[in-house]
Design a protein around this ligand. Sequence first.
Ligand SMILES: [Zn+2]
Length: 280
Amino acid sequence: MAEMVRTADYFYVMVPDKPGEGARILGELKRAGVNLVAYSGFPSGRGAQLDLVPTDPAAFKALAKEKKWKVKGPKRAFLIDGDDRLGACADVLGRLAAAKINVTAMDAVAPPGGGRYAAILWVKARDVKKAAAVLGASVTAPDLFDTHAHLHFPEFAGDFDAVLERARAAGVRRILTIGTDVPTSRAAAEMAARLPDVWAAVGIHPHEAAEADDAALAEIERLAGSARVVAIGETGLDFFRDLAPRDAQERAFRSQLALARRIESPCSSIVVTRTKTRCA
Ligand SMILES: [Zn+2]
């Protein structure tokens, strides 16, 4: 196919229609490290509307909240990337016209000499699904945060890069990798320090509770002070598999809850019932 079409989350910000407003918003995005894949600004009503397609919608939303911008969205836009040729946009619009889909707006640019063009296109929300089918668009998954992974475990060492790649391609934007004892907590913290979309939790799993002596807990506390360690865990009680004595499990769990409280860290805990273990 001549075109790659995908959907993307876009947001719009209403600003006064006066010089410097686009530069102000885009300058804030630059300072915060929020990159865009598309941008369009135009007068609307008595103000101006800035349409923004961030590569990381969650980071954009966090910044917009912090800056108290008047943001609408996320809504869906189509991003098109194709071979530059006579009538490229006419073909795209022709397919939508044949399906009786009205186009709200479309902007396209072909950089000189590049042989490629790119476009952004909007339809009404009710037509997004139909337009995606007509254009053969891959629908981008919503942003995902995998809050419970053990990415640093040796099982992943063989094809670690491929695992991470697949997660990112599937829309996983953030991963919390969780230690289960001192060595794996150390590995989790080291991994988080290396990878921008991975954070770590450090702790001692109930199965390892017998090892949770003062030295081990002190090391967990030290690791918890690392910049990208954001939670204590994996901890809790497992009276189903009972791989460690229950009193040791209780002691280790209490110590780690106390640590989480002391350092004001969320406790990534395992929720355990008598009959079933569930990772939370
Ligand atoms: Zn787990």
